[in-house]
Ligand binder design. Sequence first.
Ligand SMILES: [Zn+2]
Length: 251
Amino acid sequence: MLIKKTNHDELFARGIGIKAGFGIKTVLALSLLFCLLLVPSLIIPNLWAEEERPPIYFKFIGNEAFRFSDGKMTLFSDFPYQSGAYGYMEYEYDFAAEKGPVVSLITHRHLDHFDPERFIELEWKIIGPKEVTERHSRLKVIPLKPEINFANLKITPRVTDHSNTEHLSYLVEWWGKKFYFTGDANEADSLKDLPELDILFISPRFYHSAQKANMLPKAGKVIIYHHETGEIVPGCKGCIIPEQGEEFIVK
Ligand SMILES: [Zn+2]
Protein backbone atom coordinates (compact mmCIF):
# COMPACT_ATOMS: atom_id res chain seq x y z
CA MET A 1 0.00 0.00 0.00
CA LEU A 2 2.80 2.37 0.94
CA ILE A 3 4.43 2.18 -2.44
CA LYS A 4 1.33 3.52 -4.15
CA LYS A 5 1.75 6.73 -2.25
CA THR A 6 5.42 6.94 -3.15
CA ASN A 7 6.73 7.88 -6.55
CA HIS A 8 9.91 6.72 -8.28
CA ASP A 9 11.82 9.92 -7.54
CA GLU A 10 11.18 9.68 -3.81
CA LEU A 11 12.27 6.05 -3.80
CA PHE A 12 15.49 6.84 -5.60
CA ALA A 13 16.17 9.83 -3.38
CA ARG A 14 15.72 7.66 -0.30
CA GLY A 15 18.00 4.97 -1.73
CA ILE A 16 20.80 7.50 -2.16
CA GLY A 17 20.24 8.99 1.30
CA ILE A 18 20.37 5.59 2.96
CA LYS A 19 23.76 4.76 1.45
CA ALA A 20 25.24 7.93 2.85
CA GLY A 21 23.97 7.70 6.39
CA PHE A 22 23.42 4.10 7.63
CA GLY A 23 25.41 0.95 8.43
CA ILE A 24 25.86 -1.83 5.88
CA LYS A 25 23.20 -4.15 7.39
CA THR A 26 20.62 -1.41 7.30
CA VAL A 27 21.65 -0.60 3.77
CA LEU A 28 21.28 -4.26 2.71
CA ALA A 29 17.96 -4.68 4.47
CA LEU A 30 16.57 -1.50 3.05
CA SER A 31 17.97 -2.28 -0.42
CA LEU A 32 16.20 -5.64 -0.30
CA LEU A 33 12.99 -3.94 0.74
CA PHE A 34 13.50 -1.41 -2.04
CA CYS A 35 13.86 -4.26 -4.60
CA LEU A 36 10.81 -6.07 -3.25
CA LEU A 37 8.81 -2.92 -3.63
CA LEU A 38 10.22 -2.14 -7.05
CA VAL A 39 9.85 -5.58 -8.66
CA PRO A 40 6.04 -5.72 -8.60
CA SER A 41 6.00 -2.32 -10.23
CA LEU A 42 8.10 -3.67 -13.10
CA ILE A 43 5.98 -6.77 -13.53
CA ILE A 44 2.67 -4.95 -13.43
CA PRO A 45 3.55 -1.42 -14.47
CA ASN A 46 0.14 -0.62 -15.89
CA LEU A 47 -1.81 -1.67 -12.84
CA TRP A 48 0.38 0.42 -10.57
CA ALA A 49 0.50 3.31 -12.95
CA GLU A 50 -3.27 3.50 -13.40
CA GLU A 51 -3.95 3.56 -9.69
CA GLU A 52 -1.31 6.13 -8.97
CA ARG A 53 -2.06 8.67 -11.66
CA PRO A 54 -4.71 11.21 -10.86
CA PRO A 55 -6.65 12.80 -13.69
CA ILE A 56 -5.53 16.23 -14.81
CA TYR A 57 -8.21 18.87 -15.07
CA PHE A 58 -7.71 21.93 -17.21
CA LYS A 59 -9.55 25.04 -18.21
CA PHE A 60 -9.06 27.58 -21.00
CA ILE A 61 -8.67 31.16 -19.75
CA GLY A 62 -7.74 33.00 -22.97
CA ASN A 63 -4.86 33.55 -25.45
CA GLU A 64 -2.40 30.75 -24.56
CA ALA A 65 -3.47 30.53 -20.94
CA PHE A 66 -4.77 27.30 -19.45
CA ARG A 67 -5.10 26.36 -15.80
CA PHE A 68 -4.12 22.72 -15.10
CA SER A 69 -4.60 20.88 -11.81
CA ASP A 70 -3.97 17.36 -10.57
CA GLY A 71 -5.73 18.17 -7.31
CA LYS A 72 -2.39 18.78 -5.55
CA MET A 73 -0.86 21.60 -7.49
CA THR A 74 -1.71 24.05 -10.23
CA LEU A 75 0.14 24.78 -13.43
CA PHE A 76 -0.64 27.72 -15.69
CA SER A 77 0.53 28.15 -19.26
CA ASP A 78 1.25 31.78 -20.21
CA PHE A 79 -0.64 33.22 -17.25
CA PRO A 80 -1.15 35.73 -15.74
CA TYR A 81 -1.21 37.77 -18.95
CA GLN A 82 -2.52 41.29 -19.39
CA SER A 83 -6.23 41.07 -20.12
CA GLY A 84 -7.02 42.50 -23.56
CA ALA A 85 -3.34 43.24 -24.41
CA TYR A 86 -2.85 44.08 -28.11
CA GLY A 87 -6.58 43.50 -28.65
CA TYR A 88 -6.43 39.79 -27.72
CA MET A 89 -8.76 37.98 -25.31
CA GLU A 90 -9.97 39.64 -22.14
CA TYR A 91 -10.61 37.69 -18.96
CA GLU A 92 -11.53 38.04 -15.32
CA TYR A 93 -9.80 35.88 -12.76
CA ASP A 94 -10.20 35.42 -9.02
CA PHE A 95 -6.50 35.35 -8.09
CA ALA A 96 -7.28 35.34 -4.34
CA ALA A 97 -9.08 32.00 -4.70
CA GLU A 98 -5.94 30.33 -6.07
CA LYS A 99 -4.50 28.38 -3.10
CA GLY A 100 -1.68 25.89 -2.83
CA PRO A 101 1.42 25.50 -4.93
CA VAL A 102 1.16 27.23 -8.30
CA VAL A 103 3.65 27.31 -11.17
CA SER A 104 3.43 29.70 -14.13
CA LEU A 105 5.04 28.34 -17.28
CA ILE A 106 5.79 31.33 -19.50
CA THR A 107 6.92 31.18 -23.14
CA HIS A 108 7.99 34.82 -23.63
CA ARG A 109 7.69 38.36 -22.32
CA HIS A 110 4.92 39.79 -24.54
CA LEU A 111 2.06 41.16 -22.45
CA ASP A 112 -0.53 38.92 -24.08
CA HIS A 113 1.41 36.04 -22.45
CA PHE A 114 2.77 37.50 -19.25
CA ASP A 115 1.96 40.46 -17.03
CA PRO A 116 4.95 41.15 -14.73
CA GLU A 117 3.07 43.69 -12.61
CA ARG A 118 0.35 41.20 -11.81
CA PHE A 119 2.85 38.42 -11.16
CA ILE A 120 4.73 40.47 -8.55
CA GLU A 121 1.61 40.41 -6.36
CA LEU A 122 1.32 36.62 -6.47
CA GLU A 123 3.05 33.95 -4.39
CA TRP A 124 3.51 31.72 -7.41
CA LYS A 125 6.57 30.04 -8.84
CA ILE A 126 7.66 30.74 -12.37
CA ILE A 127 9.51 29.04 -15.20
CA GLY A 128 10.39 31.18 -18.19
CA PRO A 129 13.12 32.72 -20.32
CA LYS A 130 15.62 34.94 -18.49
CA GLU A 131 14.13 38.19 -19.76
CA VAL A 132 10.82 37.15 -18.15
CA THR A 133 12.15 35.89 -14.81
CA GLU A 134 15.15 38.16 -14.10
CA ARG A 135 13.17 40.92 -12.39
CA HIS A 136 11.39 38.54 -10.03
CA SER A 137 12.44 37.23 -6.62
CA ARG A 138 14.90 34.33 -6.83
CA LEU A 139 12.60 32.49 -4.42
CA LYS A 140 9.88 32.43 -7.06
CA VAL A 141 12.03 31.43 -10.02
CA ILE A 142 12.51 27.75 -10.83
CA PRO A 143 15.89 27.72 -12.60
CA LEU A 144 16.02 26.77 -16.25
CA LYS A 145 17.71 23.46 -17.02
CA PRO A 146 17.61 21.09 -19.97
CA GLU A 147 15.17 19.08 -17.85
CA ILE A 148 13.31 20.69 -14.96
CA ASN A 149 11.82 18.46 -12.29
CA PHE A 150 9.32 20.07 -9.96
CA ALA A 151 6.91 18.04 -7.84
CA ASN A 152 5.63 15.43 -10.30
CA LEU A 153 6.27 17.62 -13.33
CA LYS A 154 9.04 17.05 -15.81
CA ILE A 155 9.48 20.04 -18.08
CA THR A 156 11.81 20.16 -21.07
CA PRO A 157 12.21 23.65 -22.53
CA ARG A 158 13.10 24.14 -26.19
CA VAL A 159 14.61 27.39 -27.40
CA THR A 160 12.39 28.60 -30.23
CA ASP A 161 12.03 31.78 -32.29
CA HIS A 162 9.51 34.57 -31.91
CA SER A 163 10.05 38.16 -33.02
CA ASN A 164 13.19 39.19 -31.13
CA THR A 165 12.14 37.77 -27.79
CA GLU A 166 13.73 35.02 -25.76
CA HIS A 167 11.16 32.37 -26.47
CA LEU A 168 10.73 28.87 -25.06
CA SER A 169 8.39 26.09 -26.06
CA TYR A 170 7.83 23.34 -23.49
CA LEU A 171 7.36 19.61 -23.33
CA VAL A 172 5.54 18.88 -20.08
CA GLU A 173 5.26 15.38 -18.68
CA TRP A 174 2.86 15.00 -15.79
CA TRP A 175 1.50 11.75 -14.43
CA GLY A 176 2.58 9.92 -17.58
CA LYS A 177 0.87 12.40 -19.90
CA LYS A 178 2.83 14.42 -22.42
CA PHE A 179 1.81 17.93 -23.40
CA TYR A 180 3.65 20.25 -25.75
CA PHE A 181 3.18 24.01 -25.69
CA THR A 182 4.46 25.73 -28.82
CA GLY A 183 3.83 29.23 -27.51
CA ASP A 184 4.20 31.72 -30.36
CA ALA A 185 6.88 29.68 -32.13
CA ASN A 186 6.22 29.29 -35.81
CA GLU A 187 9.05 27.22 -37.26
CA ALA A 188 8.19 23.69 -38.27
CA ASP A 189 11.73 22.54 -37.49
CA SER A 190 11.17 23.23 -33.80
CA LEU A 191 8.74 20.29 -33.73
CA LYS A 192 11.44 17.79 -34.70
CA ASP A 193 12.05 14.75 -32.53
CA LEU A 194 9.16 15.23 -30.16
CA PRO A 195 7.83 12.08 -28.52
CA GLU A 196 4.28 11.00 -29.23
CA LEU A 197 2.15 13.52 -27.37
CA ASP A 198 -1.13 13.28 -25.53
CA ILE A 199 -1.93 16.90 -26.34
CA LEU A 200 -0.33 19.40 -28.69
CA PHE A 201 -1.15 23.03 -27.91
CA ILE A 202 -0.59 25.11 -31.03
CA SER A 203 -1.71 28.37 -32.64
CA PRO A 204 -3.83 28.30 -35.84
CA ARG A 205 -1.02 29.88 -37.86
CA PHE A 206 1.60 27.39 -36.69
CA TYR A 207 -0.78 24.49 -37.18
CA HIS A 208 -1.10 25.42 -40.85
CA SER A 209 2.60 25.91 -41.50
CA ALA A 210 3.55 22.71 -39.64
CA GLN A 211 0.88 20.75 -41.50
CA LYS A 212 2.13 22.11 -44.82
CA ALA A 213 5.71 21.13 -43.93
CA ASN A 214 4.45 17.72 -42.79
CA MET A 215 6.08 18.31 -39.42
CA LEU A 216 3.13 17.94 -37.05
CA PRO A 217 4.11 15.56 -34.23
CA LYS A 218 1.92 12.60 -33.39
CA ALA A 219 -0.63 13.69 -30.82
CA GLY A 220 -3.70 12.11 -29.29
CA LYS A 221 -5.36 15.51 -29.43
CA VAL A 222 -4.59 18.89 -30.93
CA ILE A 223 -5.82 21.89 -29.00
CA ILE A 224 -5.71 25.20 -30.78
CA TYR A 225 -4.82 28.24 -28.71
CA HIS A 226 -4.21 31.94 -29.34
CA HIS A 227 -7.18 31.86 -31.73
CA GLU A 228 -9.98 34.36 -32.06
CA THR A 229 -13.33 33.67 -30.41
CA GLY A 230 -15.38 31.53 -32.80
CA GLU A 231 -12.43 31.03 -35.17
CA ILE A 232 -12.66 28.08 -37.53
CA VAL A 233 -9.39 26.34 -38.36
CA PRO A 234 -9.81 24.69 -41.77
CA GLY A 235 -8.07 21.34 -42.19
CA CYS A 236 -7.75 20.83 -38.45
CA LYS A 237 -9.86 17.69 -38.22
CA GLY A 238 -10.70 16.55 -34.71
CA CYS A 239 -8.94 19.58 -33.23
CA ILE A 240 -10.37 21.22 -30.16
CA ILE A 241 -10.83 24.95 -30.47
CA PRO A 242 -11.63 25.88 -26.89
CA GLU A 243 -13.96 28.62 -25.73
CA GLN A 244 -12.98 30.78 -22.78
CA GLY A 245 -13.98 29.02 -19.57
CA GLU A 246 -14.26 25.62 -21.25
CA GLU A 247 -13.06 22.74 -19.04
CA PHE A 248 -11.36 19.44 -19.86
CA ILE A 249 -10.05 16.34 -18.11
CA VAL A 250 -7.22 13.98 -19.11
CA LYS A 251 -7.23 10.55 -17.54
ZN1 LIG B 1 1.08 36.21 -28.46
